[in-house]
Design a protein around this ligand. Structure first.
Ligand code: GTP
Ligand code: SPV
Ligand code: MN
Length: 584
């Protein structure tokens, strides 16, 4: 498929290392896709679902020990340890290559190596970048065909250039003890071994589009962020774009596909992206964003026709479900929170018989759907726009039972960067480890920043100086709990009420009160028409408890201390200023 010498010689080297029986180039054709699907079904890798109800849909189950990203086995290998920083696992590249090469040695004997040329970003866009993933997993191939732009056309765009990200994945034995997800940002190389799960193996996603791309952005003056991108259309038909960073399983896909409540019918939300944004300064001095992906790898549990009907509709055809339950009555899928009657009998995510009385989860909490973005009923007309969309507001947010109010606005860019840098959120099932523990997760990038986070903060501060018309920066929290542990804010479609205040603030149309942490809306500034919420609850959601915030500042300081002298002055200034305001 190519005469590109850089590609061919790397492929030769990897073939020698892994020793596959065959090598198959992925051309992106429908015929090849069909063939891979048939082979996967025959091998038991995929289960073909009810083709009347879910045409082109399949179910896949991963190994029980392999259901989420593994942050403790994820490495950033730069020649200097300081360049990876204190929040990343680091190993000397030479040592890591040696370790990995031993693991990949002959790992594909008896298997086929698939060569997947893929593009992150629209064809012909100055934002876009190319990767080539070598993998012995058909499941990876079929997912990459949904999540990225794949095939011949990508090789044509690459031409003779050696400028592509080298990605090698081998399933090996799915051995947890020898599982590695390794980024070598200085070499444009990603190596993943002993996993078959999503973010660990679809190397275009977190590994390239965030870890490697954030490093590229640092060197080249742009940004790769864990952000959704949405267009908010008002009743006059004007569309404003918002990019929002929330940690994994904290509501990006849901917000990106929001359906307005009855009382705000004249508004419409258009989805540009649900997970990753690449941002550049445009010729007009604004910040412009593209979604480098072509599909959604979304959380299944909790997705219903009430919470996210657009996501549900997106997954009705050509979708791969991973680790959800199989409803054996009609060979369709089910998960907790789906508003379809609980099946009397199912096969759970582990492949075992399941009945509702068992009290176990039928779908894994991090079970997912992989669906083409083009099938989304609210996909933006700008989804393929080569230049991206202009961003009016950046929104940070997390899952916080207390502390953070429903919404606040930063005083300026530097303060906004500080607000992002002090984000915290309860951990979720998207990564292996404890769930529900509050941890600091700056810009929702703690698992994804491909370099020293102190330099990342500095890069954010620098970008602000270079953008003539920067977006305003906000913070939201949909997850405040009352004393009984119930969500205080209805969330989902009603989040539009908050987005409207955000856009109105960008246009100087909405009021706010100045507080120690930023500008907050007065209760009367949020449109609650048709919403059943009492004034006291809303005021509570829009309050700042200084004592609680002082505790948070102590925790922020502790977090920042690990960066030592590398912590930029802008962050130190904002920390001191916040502390002073809280003591006023
Ligand atoms: P990743 O794909 O892991 O990056 O996740 P994400 O940020 O796209 O999260 P997603 O939108 O899939 O939401 C994760 C979980 O949060 C789901 O179970 C949702 O039902 C729930 N959720 C999303 N939005 C809201 C909200 O506004 N309020 C409440 N209470 N829950 C929400
Ligand atoms: C996340 O965990 O933020 C995801 C899913 O979007 S994964 O691709 O597994 O990283
Ligand atoms: Mn994500």
């Amino acid at each position: 498929m190519t005469n590109n010498q850089a590609v061919l010689s790397w492929l030769e080297e990897m073939k020698k290392l892994c020793n596959p029986d065959n090598v198959v180039w992925i051309d992106g054709s429908e015929e090849q896709k069909k063939q891979l699907e048939d082979e996967s079904v025959a091998e038991g890798e995929l289960i073909r679902l009810n083709q009347e109800k879910l045409p082109g849909c399949f179910l896949h189950r991963t190994a029980e020990n392999d259901v989420a990203r593994v942050e403790n086995r994820t490495f950033i290998c730069t020649s200097k340890k300081e360049d990876a920083g204190p929040t990343n696992n680091w190993e000397d590249p030479k040592v890591m290559y040696a370790k990995l090469n031993a693991l990949y040695k002959d790992s594909m004997v008896g298997r086929t190596m698939y060569v997947i040329p893929y593009m992150m970003g629209p064809y012909g866009s100055p934002f876009s970048k190319i990767g080539i993933e070598l993998t012995d997993s058909r499941y990876v191939v079929l997912n990459m065909m949904i999540m990225t732009r794949v095939g011949k056309k990508v090789m044509e765009e690459l031409g003779d250039s050696p400028d592509f990200v080298h990605c090698l994945h081998a399933k090996k034995d799915i051995d947890e003890e020898n599982r590695y997800i390794v980024q070598f940002p200085e070499d444009n190389t990603i190596m993943s071994v002993n996993s078959g799960y999503g973010g660990n193996v679809l190397l275009g996603k977190k590994c390239f589009a965030l870890r490697i791309a954030s490093y590229m952005g640092w060197k080249e003056g742009w940004m790769a962020e864990h952000m959704l991108i949405l267009g908010l259309e008002n009743p006059q038909g004007e569309v404003k774009y918002i990019a929002a960073a929330f940690p994994s399983a904290c509501g990006k896909t849901n917000l990106a596909m929001l359906i307005p409540p009855e009382s705000l019918k004249g508004y419409k939300v258009w989805t540009v992206g649900d997970d990753i944004a690449w941002l550049r300064i445009g010729p007009d001095g604004r910040l412009w964003a593209i979604n480098p992906e072509a599909g959604f790898f979304g959380v299944a549990p909790g997705t219903s026709s009430k919470t996210n009907p657009n996501a549900l509709k997106t997954t009705l055809k050509n979708t791969i479900f991973t680790n959800v339950a199989l409803d054996t009555s009609d060979n369709t899928v089910w998960w907790e929170g789906l508003d379809k009657p609980t099946p009397a009998h199912a096969i759970d995510w582990k492949g075992n018989e399941w009945t509702p009385d068992m009290g176990t989860k039928a779908a894994h909490p991090n079970s997912r759907f992989t669906a083409p973005a083009s099938q989304c009923p609210c996909i933006s007309s700008e989804f393929e726009a080569a230049g991206g969309v202009p961003i009016s507001a950046i929104v940070f947010g997390g899952r916080r039972a207390k502390t953070a109010p429903l919404v606040y606005e930063s005083f300026d860019w530097q303060h906004g960067v500080f607000v992002g840098a002090t984000m915290a959120s309860e951990t979720t099932a998207a990564a292996a480890g404890a769930v529900g523990v509050v941890r600091r997760d700056p810009m929702a990038m703690i698992p994804f920043c491909g370099y020293n986070m102190a330099n990342y903060f500095a890069h954010w501060l620098e970008m602000g100086k270079k953008i003539p018309n920067p977006p305003k920066i906000f913070h939201v929290n949909w997850f405040r709990l009352d004393d009984e542990g119930h969500f205080m804010w209805p969330g989902f479609g009603d989040n539009l009420r908050v987005l409207n205040w955000i856009i109105d603030r960008c246009e100087g149309k909405a009021d706010a009160k100045k507080t120690a942490i930023g500008y907050l809306p007065n209760a009367s500034d949020i449109n609650v028409d048709g919403l059943d919420i009492d004034k006291a609850t809303l005021e509570d959601l829009l309050s700042v408890d200084k004592a609680v915030w002082k505790e948070d500042v102590a925790n922020q300081k502790e977090f920042f201390s690990q960066f030592g002298d590398d912590l930029p002055d802008g962050i130190k200034e904002e920390l001191a200023a916040l502390e002073a305001r809280l003591s006023e």
